[in-house]
Design a binder for this molecule. Sequence first.
Ligand code: NIG
Ligand code: FE
Length: 420
Amino acid sequence: MSSILITNIKELIQTEETPKLKVVGKQMAELPTIRDAWLFIDAGIIAGFGSMSSFDRNLLVEQTSDLLEIDASGKMVFPSFVDSHTHLVYPASREIEYIDKIKGLSYEEIAARGGGILNTARRLKDISEEALLESSLARLKEITRYGTGAVEIKSGYGLDLEGELKMLRVIRKLKEISPLTIKATFLGAHSIPLEYRGKQDYYVDLVINEMLPQVAEEQLADYVDVFCDTGFFTVRDTERILEAGLKYGLQGKIHANELDYSGGIQAGVKYGALSVDHLEYTGQKEIEALLHSETMPTVLPGAAFFLGMVYAPVRKMIDAGLPVALASDFNPGSAPSGNMQLILSMASILYKMLPEEAINATTINSAYAMGLSSELGSIAIGKKANVYITTYIPSYEFMPYAFGSNKVETVILNGEIQSV
Ligand code: NIG
Ligand code: FE
């Protein structure tokens, strides 16, 4: 494995001398950088960085024989995005439902008549594991080009034992063959299959007694998720599943308060969830609960934008002293894009987040929401070398500002340049 030395970096973003696991409240507006910098990567790890003015080539070059040198004049280097919430393993897109939405049907109305998640679940039965893998791999390549270096992927379109295992096995295969760092989340409780309508408890029993043990037995998941919201799973269902997950060592990362004040945030906090995600309906009580927890509040701007929903009160949350993470929610129904650069722009435009806050939310805080913030999410010695070099950009504020264009030019994952 060769080493990489990047010199003359216009600005090296999000450098840390003393790494933090997350940034909270006012801290989110701080973004340490080094102008006119160098970065040294060795054996897949960030091995050194600093200002060009104090750069001593001899010290580095002695250490390594096979050195690739990159002159990044006029370009910036960022830690890769960490996308802590996606459903990017799916069998087919759903653009026809999207037209129904344009014509006025709500997400819940589409779901109630068997569309939405259940539509994708039907398609999942017909697709082979190979085809599912191939289409998912193409999506991973796409997000890599846009600067993502780590991604969480959920099951949840199987909704029976066989289907959920199929999805999780595909995710396991992706972990093996993709250079991205991947975490898998078991989301058996994503929607209630039609045959269980009116007897939802039985479906939750199935998730707990049949799916979870098998998922744990095969070590297919890192986390467990529940869609805790109106028309989907109740607080009681959620608590039962979170409790069962913990017995197998699976911490929660749950969908909460997207459609209403569902009680999902409090349920997540009560069971020590690593993150609670969506959070459109977050009031003072929810903020209080989160303030007394280690749970990462995670907002998904793509879904709120695509579905035309109310926006989570991110400013209120940060001003109250909470950390916030941002993720793409990449899925065929509510967020058909995994472009984290677009998420940065939405964060600033729709949620009034400062560029510094948005960058922290899509790197170190989202890494926390995947249990990875000690190894990813910033430029710090010893962290995994997942970084990208930008095109010529005038400032880091340009990243959220110039929405729609790809500002990532070179992607380095595990210390290796990717052909993207
Ligand atoms: O996070 N909210 C629930 N689940 C997904 C949507 C998945 C789908 O519609 O296929 C979400 O938005
Ligand atoms: Fe989701």
